[in-house]
Design a protein around this ligand. Structure first.
Ligand SMILES: NC(=O)c1ccc[n+]([C@@H]2O[C@H](COP(=O)([O-])OP(=O)(O)OC[C@H]3O[C@@H](n4cnc5c(N)ncnc54)[C@H](O)[C@@H]3O)[C@@H](O)[C@H]2O)c1
Length: 320
């Protein structure tokens, strides 16, 4: 069923590169969502991605109590982007954002960062998270990681009877900007990390090869890389009691939530666990909150998760 308000795909006049915006919903307010830049095997894969991610943003805003709807944009990086071409693509994308007249507010996502937002801002006011020296709040990875740790606290209390993870084995799959901060925040835990990029390996934490991360016996699994990682086959082999992480759209389809539940694995939906970044950014940039006040808003994810797990069907005895 088609449930999006708008999907616009454009080939940029400066760059010749395809970029797109999916507006899922503006029912609650202007739609927010990051701008993802990556290669896709087929253009239809990019369309599928932008549609799924934009819907997840609506769910994320709703769960976080933010008066915004969900959207997302994708830049199809189907060729090498020299600095000049990257700039041209971003300016083209800014034109596309302007076509939405403020109904779509963009920020960084996988493949883009605060410097890219500054380029967008040259042509559109609807870009968030500019570098701090340019008056923005910069990368949202810190608040996102903080939100995941808040979710983990509530989920651990629910699953293990205590939020203290001392001695518990935690696998963090995706040792990128958010994954690294989560790993560092897991004080006392036996943290094992994994990444397709072998250069990310460090003596600071244990290491597991990416192919093994989802089969490793542990207490907690933190998906912090890409989406679509929890398929029926993967869930069958999971050997953990709790899954909570920032990766967007972790399930290959909604039915996988029931499979997790059947296996007695507590799963915190990613749209709840990963909301720290958007909560913090809007608190600072729209509401004018100071840093500490905005972080307190992020910390409320703990209470949200506590309530969710108390009332959801996931509230079942652990069967492992
Ligand atoms: N950064 C944020 O504020 C934010 C907010 C909400 C959600 N998220 C989501 O969290 C996830 C991580 O975001 P990030 O900003 O840390 O991204 P990132 O690009 O900094 O890190 C992702 C890491 O995952 C690794 N990776 C990619 N594919 C992998 C695989 N199959 N197995 C293991 N590792 C793999 C990459 O090499 C990289 O080191 C993404 O799914 C993102 O959409 C991020």
């Amino acid at each position: 069923m088609w449930e999006h308000e708008r999907l616009v795909v454009r080939t940029g006049k400066r760059s010749g590169v395809t970029t797109m915006v999916a507006l899922h919903s503006t029912a609650a307010g202007p739609a927010v969502g990051g701008c993802r830049m990556k290669p896709y095997a087929r253009i239809t894969d990019a369309v599928e991605d932008v549609l799924r991610l934009s819907k997840a943003m609506t769910l994320k805003c709703e769960a976080a109590g933010i008066p915004h709807g969900g959207a997302k944009s994708v830049i199809v990086a189907d060729r090498e982007l020299t600095p000049e071409l990257r700039r041209a693509v971003l300016l083209d994308h800014a034109d596309l954002i302007n076509e939405f007249g403020g109904a779509y507010l963009s920020g960084p996502d996988v493949g883009t960062g605060p410097d890219d937002m500054a380029v967008l801002r040259e042509l559109t006011p609807h870009a968030y998270c500019l570098p701090e020296e340019q008056g923005g709040t910069g990368s949202s990875s810190g608040p996102t990681a903080r939100g995941v740790l808040a979710a983990l606290k509530a989920a651990a209390r629910h699953t293990f009877g205590t939020s203290d993870l001392t001695g518990r084995k935690v696998v963090v799959s995706g040792f990128g900007s958010v994954g690294e901060l989560i790993a560092r925040g897991l004080e006392g835990a036996n943290v094992v990390v994994s990444d397709v990029d072998g250069s990310r390996r460090t003596d600071e934490f244990g290491w597991v090869e990416p192919g093994e991360a989802y089969r490793t016996r542990a207490d907690v699994l933190v998906p912090a890389a890409v989406g679509g990682v929890l398929s029926p086959e993967v869930v069958r082999d999971l050997d953990v009691r709790l899954v909570v992480g920032p990766a967007n759209n972790q399930l290959t389809d909604d039915g996988v939530a029931a499979l997790l539940e059947e296996r007695g694995i507590v799963w915190v939906p990613d749209h709840v666990a990963s909301a720290g970044g958007v909560i913090y950014t809007l608190a600072r940039e729209d509401d004018g909150d100071d840093h500490e006040t905005a972080l307190k808003r992020v910390d409320r994810i703990e209470a949200t998760v506590e309530k969710l797990l108390r009332t959801s069907r996931h509230d079942l005895p652990i069967g492992m």
